[in-house]
Write a protein that binds this ligand. Sequence first.
Ligand code: SF4
Ligand code: SF4
Length: 387
Amino acid sequence: MVRTQEGEGSGQIENAIPATHREHEVQKMNNAVTPRRPDEHGVPDPFPYMHPTLRANYGNWDWHERPRPGVLHHVAKSGDEIWTVRAGTQRQMDVGTIRKLCELADEFADGFMRFTTRSNAEFMVTSLDKTGPLIEKLNAAGFPVGGTGNSLSMISHTQGWLHCDIPGTDASGVVKSLMDELLHEFTHEEMPNRVRMTTSCCQINCGGQGDIAINVQYVKPPKINHDLVANVCERPAVVARCPVAAIRPAMVNGKPSLEVDEKKCICCGACYPPCPPMQINGPDSTKLAIWVGGKHSNARSKPTFHKLVAANLPNNPPRWPEVADIVKRILYAYKEDGRAWERLGEWIERIGWPRFFEMTDLAFTKHQIDDWRGARTSLNASAHLHF
Ligand code: SF4
Ligand code: SF4
């Protein structure tokens, strides 16, 4: 199909004989090629990947229980039963590790397994007899079984060095090293309620509300490499990106560049992704902060934003001992003092923030005072109905 002279003005399209050999070839090629379908089109249909028993009973479950930490037992209205075995992983997996997990799925779970959003591996088996040998093999291969009920599940994490272009720390490394230290809390259900921990490896993008959240915090404004800005950055886009209008266009050494009003800059790092020459990462600038009491769900109490409890912690790989120390103090104080079914944030609200800082032996400074203006809207975050 080509557009004819006559058709161009009127918007009509007609079949026409191509004018040249080249046009003829192009037309042949166009006819032969099937347009490629986009390969990023949202979440794939989960049903082909689902264990047949789950597929057959989708939406028709009768009851469930947890026979032991790391194992869920679901019974369908049809009478079908399935046991889910949840195992922790090291978060970043090589092909050899994934093959190992797939072999276990072939041996015990009819060739089906899945990864949770927290990088737990889950195997569904149709008989209780299979759970014991599967758990034994998982443990022998270095995958601890747990993370269900009132335990500490795997820490959810952002992409870090492997996939993202702006991380300030290796979120996966923080996850692995902390989970090594908190293994007992993963394999035992001894917490007052479930504990959900999160990480983020920059200050602005992924990450989430968590009972305990470990987030990157920048403490210095970006340093600008003026030689590169003119070549690399789309300057108006960078200026527009700053939430406090601290970036201005400037001429430096005769070249168009940018400048930052450091009095205004809140060190958020939002200018760094669109303009890498505005480098914000560095040993003296990239720190870690710990927040507590965030909750997504509406179960039993309303969702809440987390609050800052410790800041300016060193970004200290490969084991982040300063972060681990504070996380453990918070976690064990909650384990000791929390009432049954109290989430970590609810425990803190009950005992009061002064007592929380006493029990965890953390310093309370002026930086912990919640003076964010938007906080008043968080009072309306609940979807609970009250009559
Ligand atoms: S938290 Fe930031 S650095 Fe980490 S993966 Fe998300 S966008 Fe990238
Ligand atoms: S770090 Fe944030 S506040 Fe500072 S200049 Fe960049 S975008 Fe603006």
